[in-house]
Design a protein around this ligand. Sequence first.
Ligand code: PLP
Length: 425
Amino acid sequence: MSHFQYQNGVLHADSVALPAIAEQFGTPTYVYSKSALLENFSAYSDACRGRDALVCYAMKANSNLAILDLLARAGAGFDIVSGGELLRVIAAGGDPGKTIFSGVGKTVEEMQLALEKGILCFNVESIPELHRLNDVAGSMGKRAPVSLRVNPNVDAKTHPYIATGLKANKFGVAFDDALATYRTAASLPNLDVVGIDCHIGSQLLDDAPLLEALDKLIELIDTLALEGIHVHHLDIGGGLGVNYGAEGDKPPVPVGDYLGRLFARIDAWRAEKYEGKPVKVIFEPGRSIVADTGVLLTKIEYLKPGVEKNFAIVDAAMNDLMRPTLYQAWMGVQPVSPREGAKLTYDVVGPVCESGDWLARERELAVEPGDLLAIMTAGAYGMTMASNYNTRGRAAEVIVDGDRVHVIRQRENPADLFALESMLK
Ligand SMILES: *Cc1c(COP(=O)(O)O)cnc(C)c1O
């Protein structure tokens, strides 16, 4: 059940009324629910109970320290894509030993940092990266644990910007090149081949492509074993979708159902080929952990009737929430205190000087200036993609814990935005 519900005609986050948050902290503000976050994580950890499995939260979805801390304490590892994210894991008290490092462009400095901190695994995406990592590890007198991100060439049937497992994508090693790339990895003196991984895309509503990718990984693990290359973990990536609530959207497969099917296949395969010896399984979920734990709370500044369209101009903008304009993503918009009266069709837009600055299009709303709106399911790829375009300070972030509200990121003030800049002497 959603943690954002109407009580006495007012939208709440758990037991806190959103107008009280707007009053105290201003708008726009991201509002998260701690219990929603922990429930989402539990869906994974419960399905993994009693198994050698690790849920590495893909923190680019939402990397606020408070979120990382709560997940670390619940047992999460982390999937990072930069050295900066590793520093966040450490600052939040997360365990580098449960952290895996993905991404196609790891720099020498990032590799050094990750080796120094002792991460669990580098998810390597190319042969040049293998050589660089081998050199960096050698120069530090260390061995680097590696997995190869294999591109299983399955169609995740999602938005082209978030499909990552096709031949045309920049990600991963092509399936047909994987064996040769593993041979190279195994031959390099400062690398330990420990795993195999993939990540085929995001916002997947069906687990069929994920299970298809699993079959491809299994096939490869068997081939590698015949060559004497034994991988100890299998990382199926993230990608499970959430319900954004658009009309006609089909709901995503429940986490427990997907993991149940996945483990059943893995168990059958291990029983058949490896005398039941288990393999460690790693997941890299991002969106499905955080998306529905947050809303973006915003205030209507103006209503602007137009010739072809009516606009509700709000104080949040594309710099706060990029998903609509970047992915043409549909996000739910709910009036915080719904009014009686005739509804009009509005585009909900921000103040940024771009026609692409919209948050929602063609929504039926009965609203007045000053009303609050909640942009729903905004906990993933919201704040982490926010920018300072138009010298707009980024939004505040708060988290609701029962009836208490904690600020987890203060609103940026404009002077901070140009503090690193300087003029010519
Ligand atoms: C972004 C990303 C994820 C998380 O994807 P979601 O769709 O948010 O679950 C996992 N693994 C890698 C390598 C990623 O880049």
